[in-house]
Each structure stands twice: as C-alpha cells, then as structure tokens.
Ligand binder design. Structure first.
Ligand code: MSP
Length: 648
C-alpha cells in the first residue's frame, strides 16, 4: 500500500428515499464496492458504508402524496435500495438509515458540541428555499428572481427562526486545507471550482427548520422542540454515526474516511459544509472527496418525468451484472458525464471482454489441451519470456495509484495492456510452429507466460468483476484472495504448475440490443452493418464495393483437425476466428492436406456463410482455396494475423 494508513473507510452518499434506485445510484455504489473489494484484497482493514437519507420536507411531501406516513414510506423505499444492493452482492459493511435511533443520537451530540463551542447561534432566517434541493439561495443566485439555480424549480420565500452554523468562521481554514491537500477533492479540476466558490465568501448556514416536522429534533437540553435539523447536517453526519459517534464508538478509529464517493451535484455540501462541521467538532478531515459525473440518456439528464431513466437491474439482468460493472467503470472518465447506450455496452462486452480477455483464455485452454494434456508450467517463463513479463509487471505497477485517485477508466485501460502483450506473443511466436519444429519447451513456456498474464490480470480485475475473475482463476488452478494478490502482484511471483480446467465461455457474443425499454432511437437499434445500403445500378459482370463487403472474410487459426470417418474428401476442423469458441468447418481438402499439416496454421474463412450440414455435421464457414490441374492450395495470410482479423 502506497499510503501510510492501514484502514480504509469508503462511503457512498446516502440515497434519498423519494426515488427508486437508478443507474446513477448504481454507478456510485459499484465504484465504492470495487474500491472496497480492492482494499480488502490488499490487506487493508476496510469498512464500506452505504444507506438511505430519509428526513426532510421533500420526503414528508412524497409520503403524503401516497397517503403514507413518512416512516412507512421511507421503510418501503429504503428497503428497495437495500434489496437491490443485496441482489447485486454489494459488499457493504453497514447500511445506515437516518431514521436509525443511534444515528439521531449522534447528530444531536454533534449539534450540542458545536453549540457549546459557540459555532451555533439563534437568529431569524429570511431567504429563498428550494424544497427539491433542500438548499437555500440568495436573491442573486436565483434564476429570473424566482427559480432554483440547481434544479430550475420555483423556490419559496422563508422567514423563520433558525439556528445558524458559523460557516464564515471556517473560510480561511477551508482554503488552507484545499491548498495544502492537492488531492483532497478529486478530480483535481473540481478542487479549483470549490476554491473559487469559497474565495467568493461564505455566509453562515441555517441549520434548523420550524416549518415541518420530519427530521431529527434538537438535543433535549436545548429545550427548543419546534426545531428540526436541516437535512444536510443530519445526512452528512451519517459518515460519523455509522462508526458509532455519540453511542458505541468502537469503530471510530476508521475515521477519517479514505474516500467519500459522491456525484458532482452534491460537491458543495461535501467539500465545504462537511469539512467545516468536522473542523468545528475537532475531528480530522477525509482524505479524498471524489465527485463523479452524471449518466445521461441521449445527452439529457435522466428523470422519471422524462421517462428516460435506466433501471440498473434490468440492464444487469439482460447483460450480466459484472459486464455492466465493467462497462460503467471503463466507459466514462471519472468526473465526466457519460451517455448510456446499449450499443456502447455491447461493444465493450464483445470487444474488450470477449475478444481480448475471453478469447485469450480459450486459446490457452485449446492449445494447452492439445500440446500438453492441459499441463501448464511457469518453469521457463522468466528465462524465455523475461521481456514480456517485465512489460506486464510494468503495467501492473501503475494500477494501484490510479485506483485510489479514481482514475478507474485508466486503471482498466492499463490493465488491458498485459492482455495485448499476451495476444501479441502468441501471434509473434506461434506456438503451433514451435511444436511442429520440436521446440516444445519454448511452446510450453509461452503457454506458461499466457497463463501468468491471465492470472495477474484476473487478480487486478477482481474488484470490478468478482465472480468472473474467480472462474478464470479456477481454470488456472488458483483462487483470488489476499495471498494471491501478495504473491502474484506484490511479489511478482509466478503461478505454481497446474492442469488447466476447461470453463464455459465467459462472454458469449451479443449481436442485438437485449432491452426493449431502454432501446434507443431506431437508428442505434440496428447494428451498423445491417443498415440499408444505398442501391446502385448493376453493371454487367461487375459488383460494387458494397456488394463485395457483403461477404465477410476473416483470418482463422486451425486449432484442431481430424479426418471424417468414411469420407474420402472431408476433414473436420475447429477454426479460431477470435470469437467466444472456435467454429467447426467441414472442408473437402483431405486429398491435399493431412490434419497434422493444418493444426496451428492460418487460413482464410468465409465467415458469414449460412451454416450447412455435410454428412450430418454442421459446417459454420468455408475455407478459401485455389485449385488447378496441379491440385489444391489453401489461401493463407503472408504473415500471421490475429484470429478474426477481417480480410478486405
Ligand atoms: N441524500 C443526498 C446525499 C446525502 S450524502 C450525505 C442525495 N441523494 S440522491 O439520492 O439524490 O443522490 C445520491 C447520489 O446519486 C448523488 O451522488 C448523485 O450525484 C447521484 N446521482 C443521481 N442521479 C445521477 C445520475 N443520473 N448520474 C450519476 N449520478 C447521479 O443527494
């Protein structure tokens, strides 16, 4: 671990119970979950907190509309959040609710502590309040003198007795904190934004309300029962009360938080109010506050009224939870907005996961089965492929800092480099040629290299795809845990010798969008290659380029070949086209080629031919060949090409 602290306290925002979980909530939670899994694997004592924010006028009104009491309503929606995270197997250590008794006690203790210190005083509040954002705005901040600058809804003029927190007192100390801690707010550009805001001057903050009831009451000693606490004071305090602040404080040594994960819309509350409250309570400040961007739909913010909300459960059910996790973290640079589209999700699954990762494992299973009965050894890997190994370790060394600085897309980008090293090594060294030439030792070591690369990538991908990576590990004869992390990543050890276990394809290819509701505009629904082509007039004997490209040709690697019993002409081949599994092709070439001539060599395949049966066997493609009086010759690429490379 690069940083000193051996504990990791990781939090998500607590979600308002006025809305059911959507993709934005799932995004924050999945990032936090990935960090927590990584921290545990890296040996840090980890506490991962999530929960629901249940007080305030907004919730009171939402409950009333449905004819329920606020608590009944909060129970129902909070239950939905918890059920979803449980279904997603989110590894939280505590699910806090702001209606929990011990939370309320902790909030009251904090209020009293700040009051006793002189940081809270009573006055009259006059201002514009937005119920939807639970925030006050000054006249100059309003849009057209009336509307909330955050959500655009009308604000209300509020004049009532209120307790105030001396936020202005902390302006200089806050600025000092931002200046001295370059990474306290991530991404760094957001820190500048916050600094500009604070430099503009801070006004004291109204932190109680008397116009509604649904909130935490002031401490009994204050003897002022008509006040309830401002929801943001109540809500932010969850990060401390979850550790027992004010009640049973035995978990308090997890404080300060390693990272508070939030969305960019709630940055001001976390980066200005929260550290000021903590300063007032004489408590240390969080290490990082990391603000991500928004998921949009066709460029628009999602909302129930627009009917464009993406339901994370539907996406996970259709495409696989772990594929969805990978997609969300890989697709969008942390901090930026991301537009959800099924096409982008499908591309990531087919390309990154299917072609680069899944297919590499298939190649290893296929080759090791054929060359060494599945036995894989690391014995000569370092000696024969030291350069490749060094390149892989170089990439792996860069990963941890990227993760803790929330550069998650770059983490995954860097993690894919070892896979490219592996795929390139196979194409360059051609183990099938080595085997043919009797250089078995070199071929075995190459398989050892591939296995080790897959193992190390699986360990580092584990926080994002916990189950899939355990399946990969199982194929490679190990289990991902703290010891594997220590051995394979920290000490850069290699795998013990093992016999590979065949596992079912991990990333079956997806051809069409799988969700109707979330299906985008008609144009996006159709894969690009199916778009209607402009029709051109036929010229006798000639075809257009478009007509040529209707035939899909690709380079394939023959991974298995055998004679077809009782046939003089046919061979049965398994040809790797870079897909999830090799294709079976029945080829009439027995007169000219023996199976041994073909295994490990490359061929050109018509890849979009309708499958046909030959002697009762399915043939899923055709080989290109040229035949004259001398006999038949297969057409092959002049230099080895990655399986599946298109020909055109
Ligand atoms: N209750 C407060 C947080 C209190 S934390 C002490 C709150 N709740 S929320 O349910 O409205 O939002 C929770 C989180 O979801 C926020 O971080 C917000 O940014 C995030 N998202 C809500 N919609 C989103 C998207 N469409 N995209 C990405 N995240 C967004 O705020």
């Amino acid at each position: 671990m690069s940083e000193h602290c051996k504990k990791a306290y990781i939090t998500t925002p607590i979600y308002y119970v006025n809305d059911i979980p959507h993709i934005g909530h799932a995004y924050t939670t999945i990032i936090a979950d990935s960090l927590a899994i990584y921290s545990r694997m890296a040996g840090l004592e980890t506490f991962f907190l999530t929960g629901t924010d249940e007080h305030g006028q907004k919730i009171e009104e939402a409950a009333k509309k449905r004819g329920k009491s606020p608590k009944e309503y909060a129970d129902e929606i909070s239950g939905r959040f918890k059920a979803l995270w449980d279904e997603f197997e989110i590894s939280y250590d505590k699910f806090i609710r702001t209606t929990d008794e011990d939370h309320k006690i902790g909030v009251q203790k904090a209020f009293k502590t700040m009051y006793d210190k002189g940081d809270i005083y009573k006055d009259v509040y006059r201002g514009h309040y937005c119920i939807s954002c639970e925030a006050f705005f000054t006249e100059t901040q309003l849009v057209d003198g009336e509307f909330c600058p955050e959500c655009g809804k009308p604000t209300q003029i509020v004049e009532e007795e209120s307790y105030f927190f001396r936020l202005s007192k902390y302006q200089d100390r806050l600025l000092e904190w931002y200046r001295e801690n370059e990474k306290c707010i991530l991404p760094k550009t957001r820190r500048n934004e916050v600094m500009r805001f604070v430099e503009g001057g801070l006004e004291d903050l109204s932190i109680t309300r008397t116009s509604f009831d649904w909130g935490v009451k002031l401490p009994a000693e204050m003897n002022d029962p008509k006040h309830v606490m401002y929801v943001w004071l109540d809500a932010l305090m969850n990060y401390l009360t979850a550790l027992g602040y004010g009640t049973d404080e035995k978990l308090l040594d997890f404080w300060p938080a390693r990272v508070h994960l939030i969305g960019k819309d709630i940055l001001r509350f976390h980066a200005v109010y929260w550290p000021a409250f903590l300063m007032s309570l004489d408590l240390p400040l969080p290490k990082h506050i990391a603000a991500h961007g928004w998921w949009t739909r066709n460029g628009e913010k999602m909302s129930k009224s627009k009917g464009n909300v993406i339901n994370p459960k539907e996406v996970a059910d259709a495409y696989g939870l772990e594929n969805f996790r990978y997609f969300m973290l890989r697709e969008v640079p942390f901090g930026g907005d991301g537009d959800f589209s099924q096409k982008a999700l499908i591309d990531r699954i087919n390309s990154d996961l299917g072609n680069d990762l899944g297919n590499l494992l298939n190649r290893l299973i296929g080759m090791s089965g054929k060359y060494s009965d599945g036995a894989v050894s690391s014995a000569k890997v370092a000696e024969l492929y030291g350069e490749e190994l060094a390149e892989v370790h170089d990439s792996l060394d860069k990963l941890e800092p990227l993760l803790f600085e929330m550069q998650l897309h770059r983490y995954l980008e860097e993690l894919w480099k070892p896979l490219a090293v592996a795929n390139k090594a196979i194409d360059r060294h051609q183990p099938w040629v080595m085997m043919k030439e009797g250089r078995n030792e070199e071929a075995y070591a190459l398989l050892g290299l591939i296995a080790n690369i897959l193992a190390k990538v699986a360990v580092m991908l584990h926080p994002i795809m916990p189950k899939t990576t355990q399946t990969i590990a199982r194929a490679l004869g190990f289990t991902i845990n703290g010891t594997a992390y220590e051995d394979l990543i920290q000490r850069k050890d290699l795998l013990s010798d093992f016999t590979i276990e065949k596992v079912p394809p991990l990333f079956p290819r997806i051809e069409e969008p799988l969700l109707k509701e979330a299906a985008p505009a008609a144009e996006e629904k159709r894969p690009a290659e199916k778009k209607e082509k402009p029709k051109s007039e036929p010229v006798e004997g000639l075809i257009t380029i478009d007509q040529f490209f209707e035939t899909k040709l690709a380079v394939g690697t023959v991974v298995e070949a055998e004679e077809v019993h009782k046939s003089k002409k046919l061979l049965r081949l398994q040809v790797d086209l870079g897909e999830e599994k090799p294709r079976q092709i029945i080829a009439g070439i027995k007169e000219w080629y023996s199976p041994a001539d073909l295994v490990g060599t490359q061929v050109c395949v018509v890849a979009n031919l309708k499958p046909a049966k030959l002697m009762g066997m399915l043939s899923e493609g055709m080989l290109l060949a040229a035949k004259d009086e001398e006999g038949l010759a297969l057409i092959r690429p002049e230099a080895p090409k990655k399986a599946g490379t298109p020909i055109g």
